[in-house]
Design a protein. Sequence first.
Length: 79
Amino acid sequence: MTTSRGEVIRPLGAAERTIDFAMRKNPLQFSLVAEIDRPVPEAELAGALAELCLRHPLLAATTTPHPGPSTGRPMARSR
């Protein structure tokens, strides 16, 4: 798995391709909310989110409709 910015992480699986196709036809936006029990400085929050994305690269991934070099399928890419 490649985690470098803009690099291919992996091709999408069959179920992911189906969801990706459906989302391109009918876009859906969603939000995630977290309740924090204390004030958190913006820089600290940004650092924590960046560290989380390093540990779990697919949290920062996006898909591209352009086929991958060898698979001809859409790919997941890191941002």
